[in-house]
Design a protein around this ligand. Structure first.
Ligand code: CP
Ligand code: NVA
Length: 300
């Protein structure tokens, strides 16, 4: 049966670590200049309902490095569910290409694409989850800390798609997660209710205390632009700045999925500081997505 990556819950713990092992090998080969044309002559369709820098460039570059090809379908091109139904689009794409990656507004759009495709479908961000991001992030933590068990990650800010995927990943793999959001901006209830290693508070200081990794994301996600000004006021005490970081572990790491709104959720001083690993995260989007595409193409 074909497999998809629509939510982190599509992967079991062992499978996540299998993808990490594969990714480490692909990354090493790429650094040494050894070609790994594991998806030679394969085509990836990249469907975007929203803008992107990292997701678009890393999927397209990744496919090139694997010997395949990627087609960029911009927001006006397919118009999922408007120009034709999502099942019809899925059935067409399944006859031509080998993998679909979709960045969508409503999570059910990417879920419906997967249900109606005979090829693997990857969620490149929805309103509910961003699994490729969290796979890249955990791979990055593993590179830096050599382990995930025993690591405490503090997520500070909006209980959004990135936060939901982080909660799912913590539930599956077992790292400790402290989430702090303003009241009313908590993560999805279904994710919180399944969580096994998580605390949820409204006090950023409490979440950061003794954390090994401090993670944040924008206060207003794509599609919430009209709320941005109001959110700036509500979230102002959730900024990652030098003061907030004082109670973290000594060797703490700072993470952000990017794009960053400097001066809002994170200060220049912190994002450009020596604890920041944001560009390692961004680089690893490339490597992990190569791992994910190869893994999904070979798993039964
Ligand atoms: N982090 C991330 O997904 O970046 P883009 O929105 O630029 O793809
Ligand atoms: N939460 C952000 C992540 C961007 C990569 C958004 O959905 O816009």
């Amino acid at each position: 049966m074909k497999r998809d990556l629509i939510t982190m819950f599509d992967l079991k713990r062992d499978e996540i670590f299998e993808i990490f092992d594969l990714t480490a090998k692909l990354k090493e080969s790429q650094k040494k200049g050894i070609e790994q044309h594991l998806l030679k002559n394969k085509t990836l369709a990249m469907v975007f309902e929203k803008p992107s820098l990292r997701t678009r460039v890393t999927f397209e570059t990744g496919m090139t490095q694997l010997g395949g090809h990627a087609i960029y379908l911009a927001p006006p091109d397919i118009q999922l569910g408007k120009r034709e139904t999502i099942p019809d689009a899925a059935k067409n794409l399944s006859r031509w290409v080998d993998i679909i990656m979709a960045r969508v507004f409503a999570h059910k759009t990417v879920a419906e694409l997967a249900e109606n495709s005979t090829i693997p479908v990857i969620n490149g961000l929805s309103d509910l989850e961003h699994p490729c991001q969290i796979m890249a992030d955990l791979f990055t933590v593993l590179e830096k800390k050599r382990t995930l068990s025993g690591v405490t990650i503090a997520y500070i800010g909006d209980g959004n798609n990135v936060c939901n995927s982080l909660i799912a990943a913590s539930t599956i793999t077992g790292f400790r997660l402290n989430v702090a959001t303003p009241a009313g901006y908590e993560p999805d209830k279904n994710y919180v209710s399944q969580a096994t290693n998580m605390s949820l508070v409204n006090d950023p200081g409490a979440a950061v205390h003794d954390a090994d990794v401090i993670y944040t994301d924008v206060w207003a996600s794509m599609g919430q632009e009209q709320e941005a000004e109001n959110r700036k006021k509500i979230f102002s005490s959730f900024q990652i700045n030098a003061d907030l970081l004082r109670s973290a572990q000594k060797e703490y790491l700072v993470m952000h999925c990017l794009p960053a709104h400097r001066g809002e959720e994170i200060t220049d001083e912190v994002i450009d500081g020596k604890h920041s690993i944001v560009f390692d995260q961004a680089e690893n989007r490339l490597h992990i997505q190569k791992g994910i595409m190869v893994w999904l193409s070979n798993v039964n």
